[in-house]
Design a protein around this ligand. Sequence first.
Ligand code: ZN
Ligand code: ZN
Ligand code: FE
Length: 741
Amino acid sequence: MLNVKIFGIVQGVGFRPFVKNLADANKIVGTVANRGSYVEIFAQGADDDLKNFFDALQTKNPPRSAILKVDVKNLPDENFSEFKIVDSVHEAGDIFVSPDIAVCEKCAAELFDKNNRRYLHPFINCTACGPRLTILKNMPYDRERTSMGDFPMCDACAEEYFDKNSRRFDAQPICCNDCGCEVYLLGKNLRGHDAIKHVRKILAGGGVVAIKGIGGFHLACDAKNFSAVQRLRDSKIRPTKPFAVMFKNISAVERECFLSDAEKNFLDSPQKPIVLLQKKFGSIAANVAPEINKLGAILPYTPLHLLIFDFPDEIKNFPDALIMTSGNPSGVPITIDDDDALKNFDYCDAILSHDRKILLRADDSVMDFIDGRPSMIRRSRGYSPLPIFFDAAKKISVLALGGELKNTFCLAKNNLFYASPYIGDVGDLRTVEVLENSIDRMKNLLEINPEVVACDLHPRYQTTALAEKISKELNVPLIKIQHHYAHILSCLAENNFGGEVIGVAFDGTGYGLDGTIWGGEFFICDTKNFERAASIEPFMQAGGDKSSREGWRIALSFIKNLDVARELNLADEKNLRGQKFLLEKKINCVRSTSVGRIFDAVAAILGVCKVSTYEGEAAMKLQAAAERSTKNFRAEFKDTNEIFSEVLTRRLNGENIFDTAKFFHESLAEMTAQIIFELSARTKIKTVALSGGVFQNSLLASLTTEKLLRRGSLKILRHEMIPPNDGGICVGQAVHAQTIL
Ligand code: ZN
Ligand code: ZN
Ligand code: FE
């Protein structure tokens, strides 16, 4: 008899029914059970049959499953008469919780099939699709341990659930029009299909609606209706930050955006992330993503989305593109329950909710592409909590709290690193509360009891305070990790590289070892130690928080001369004089090596963006400007001061703005490559890791890589599935804390 243990995404993806069918087909007797962390099989049969069964287990596994490890033992035969699925037994171990999975093609087809008993059922799902992480209370994955425990199955659903030949055999969230969840409008007496029809009428008429989804509420309106989009912007107090657009289908996407095969594969994958695509001159309203050459596109991923686009009612010209943006008040995590929705979305024309509880928030994931490879911007729904394997890790359980902006946290155990869904900006106390609750839920779900807590070095981060509190409560050590070092380690972990590297962290703001602002760092490091081998030339950042948003303030630190600042119309006279005063008297001034701020300053002097209304706005607009240039530059400069003064000269000489933006990107990439070559020559280290939020800039990442590869001997590690921005640093923190404990 074979005893097989299969580790990986084997829960909630139809794995046990698959094993049962395979066993029956091969005349195998025995059992299969969920053990919480793995699926365990006892299989007995003729040698050839066993071999076929064992091979097929690993090659014909269900499409949404992922086998990460297989253990096999030979045991003496027992008295089995058939092959059975036995009840879940709970054991602690390495746990693989499935992320939420977008509605599959078969369910989508049944949804619009008049003869199907789930015709137009907004919660149709099967063993291959539906919510997972966001409705899960505890492992193992069984109905009573999910939000669906509140909904007893009807007889017909129960029959499918227990029928091994059904697509819904063992599908925990199974339900139908006769049982299970229901949609309804908040504050109006409309339920089910009437509620959906009402919402369609509002959207088609240019209204704004809040819609409860898998991981939280979205705000929706017609993306081709300028005034509807503007009303949403004004109500949400979000003046220019781009909105994501949910398109009805791929052809609707292709009418508005350029789409490569690689981008299409991700856009239409079971994870269904938002993918940033090059815009065409189409009919999406100009205020959806103003002054940016890309558009965040997403496809419908729940049955409810499909019904909103395609419900068979009298509305004929329903929009094929809807704004679908996270429903949350600015700076606060995504809204998940009805009471908050009523409070937060009073400006909406309708709020469409449902009674399946969301237990863990999950925003949509956001992905860009660099050189044809994915570049994760926000890793959340569909991806979290899939672990990263880092072989050099130690067997110590860690909780790492991440950074302050774009917060995610990481739980690690053995060599597995589980990053949480996106939490958000932890400046607000309501976010701290959500962070704390999410940590508790994930700890419970993954059965990880941290033996060490990790956080950023910044003394005033809320995450630092929370880490101090948690480490005291758990009575375990607290380790604080320099921000940019954590960025580099997150890149090492994602690439499963445990050796020494030259780490380049180009970032917005991070607290340096010397108390100044870092963000243009060259490290020699491994997972244990780092040395700041070089940095960009420091400059003065004056004006506190404002200097992080208002690039013209940084520009003045470089220009120094008020007449030039006036000529460039950087700010009004009062502000210019005020800023000059701060710089001269060294008031509210701090030394900074932030490359992010240099992008802001260059964007300001080129007139591309003087004041950012959202994080990264200036850098995005500068990149968009550079991408409109067709020129190439091969200029070598010793440092960022020289680059800046050359950019300024070109600007004052009236040279083309797009070309100058391109020149800036090329020069910075070249300077970076030169510093790396020198460090590599000195240290003999041949591996380079690029991280930090600035490397979200696909033009800079691509140019830097290209220039580095000109000298063939270097190996470049970049991010793909873990964000280079602060959404990734929790992983780096966890790696370091585990290594040095
Ligand atoms: Zn399905
Ligand atoms: Zn039912
Ligand atoms: Fe950062």
